[in-house]
Each structure stands twice: as C-alpha cells, then as structure tokens.
Design a binder for this molecule. Structure first.
Ligand code: ZN
Length: 287
C-alpha cells in the first residue's frame, strides 16, 4: 500500500525515474520529523519498485531546505513511527535519549539514504542550510542551480557540524574547515570547483537537466548501477569514512551534552536567543 504524504510528493516523471519533491516550500522546506520519515518512506517506495532505476530528490520553492525545523517536537513523531534503526530509548535520561533520537532521525536516515541500492540525484536551488546538507550529501550526484548556496551554521550553534558529518568527503579539508569555522557559504560554482557538485545549470533549466541526467542513468542495467554505486561507496568507507563519521557524531553529542549541563539547552543559548528574535520575522529568515 502506498504511504500518504503531507510534506513531500512522489511521481514517476520519466521511464525508470522516480522523483521525490520536498513540498514544504512555504517553510523553506524546513525539516520536521514527519517530513524526514515521509522522505524515507518515499525512498523505500522507489527502492522497491523494480521499474525505478534512478531517484531524483528536488524541492519546491526558492530554497532547497533551511535545515531542521527547530520548532518541531521531533521526539513526539519518533514515538509514532516504526524506527529504521535499532537504538530506540528516545526518552532515556541524560545524553542517552538525545543521542538515540539523533542516531535514528538524522545520522541513521541520511546514512540509510546514502546506501540505497539505486543511484540518486539531488536537484538543488537556493539555500541548503545545515540539515539541508544532510539531504543533499547522501545523494550520489548533485545538480545545482546557479543560485544554489551550501552552508553549515552548526558551529554558530555551538555544535561541531551536522550529525551526518560528510564535510571531509565532499570538500577539501581546508574548505570543509572554513565552512565549519566561519559558516562559509559555498555558491554553486565554488561547490562545482571542489567536486561537490556535478553540474551547475540555469535555475530555469534545473529540473529539465536533472531529469535528462537521471534518464541517461536509468537506461543502464540495474545491477551494474547498483554495483558501481556500492564500489565507489566501499572505496570511501575503506578510506575511513564510517569510523570518522562515528567520531564526529560522538563529538556532536558532546556538544549537546555540554549545553545541557551548563544551560539545560541543546545548543548555545545565545544562538537560541537570536533565533527567537528571528522567529518574529518572516519564516524564510530563520535557519
Ligand atoms: Zn544534534
């Protein structure tokens, strides 16, 4: 039975191609837990459909994704969902519950999508901020509109990077560090120069060019596609990706624990105060 979606759309725009669209454009596609699980359900639908050989991830509105919706009660949705991972224990005291929630919802989902056995192509316009990168980076290929911008503001929050810490596999180390240390925003051309993006196209051509690429991929034999993907991913993992990400995730949790001990908050309270001020402005102004 097909799942019912509120925050995404799912369609089959071309032979062999499934398209998943983030449909929360009015909120800059900020990610609440329901959106993330719907996205996961849609990836599963595409993965289980033998007629689908390539999956496109795109977004409504001027911006791909503003990151996590800080107003959402992530744990309430977690309680309603069947977990994709095995950690659970979301309500455990201290660091344990938070680490379990984020292992399931952020690291677990993004890593799961990275390992889907079919090629995925992200089409990105406007801003992809912090959690937005955790939707873009798990995709195998990235097509960026000329106005695309990629930015991680988590260090401003007092946290050392996103839960799915893929920065060193996407960018040269010094660029990754500057992105983290100084919240440096990479535009589409810079991201292309560093190999993070496959193609930069005019915004008006983003979907056409992405579907063109996806269609070319979908014409290839499915087994060769799966094995080619597994082979490249295995090379990244042989380079230490998995263990380095586990370390980064632990550091991320230490950041949350630090602020909980000091202030009872998940992140730097100064950032939260600035965010609360921003919340009185239009929604698209908030991270
Ligand atoms: Zn976190």
């Amino acid at each position: 039975m097909s799942p019912t979606f509120r925050h995404i759309r799912y369609d089959l725009p071309a032979p062999g191609v499934a398209r998943i669209t983030l449909a929360r454009g009015e909120a800059r596609n900020a990610q609440n837990a329901r959106l993330l699980y719907e996205l996961n359900d849609a990836f599963d639908v595409a993965a289980r459909d033998d007629a689908v050989r390539c999956i496109v991830l795109c977004a409504d509105g001027p911006h791909f994704s503003a990151g996590h919706d800080l107003r959402d009660s992530f744990v309430a949705e977690l309680d309603r969902r069947e977990p994709v991972g095995t950690w659970c224990g979301y309500h455990a005291a201290g660091a344990e519950g938070v680490m379990s929630q984020e292992n399931e919802l952020f690291l677990g989902l993004s890593e799961r999508w990275r390992n889907l056995p079919k090629p995925t192509v992200a089409a990105v316009q406007g801003k992809a901020i912090s959690g937005g990168l955790m939707l873009v980076w798990p995709c195998d290929l990235i097509v960026a509109a000329e106005d695309a911008q990629f930015v991680d503001i988590t260090v401003e929050m007092g946290i050392p990077g996103t839960e799915f810490f893929h920065h060193p596999w996407e960018l040269p180390a010094r660029i990754a560090k500057e992105m983290l240390f100084a919240s440096r925003s990479l535009d589409a051309q810079e991201a292309h120069r560093y190999g993070m993006v496959n193609h930069v196209v005019p915004a008006a051509d983003l979907m056409r060019r992405t579907l063109q690429l996806a269609g070319r991929i979908a014409a290839r034999p499915s087994l060769a596609l799966r094995l080619a993907k597994e082979s490249v991913n295995a090379a990244e993992d042989a380079g230490g990706r998995t263990s380095a990400m586990a370390t980064a995730f632990a550091h991320h949790q230490l950041g949350h624990s630090h602020y909980r001990q000091l202030h009872g908050t998940m992140i730097d309270p100064d950032f939260l105060a600035r965010f609360a001020g921003a919340a009185t402005r239009p929604r698209e102004e908030t991270p």
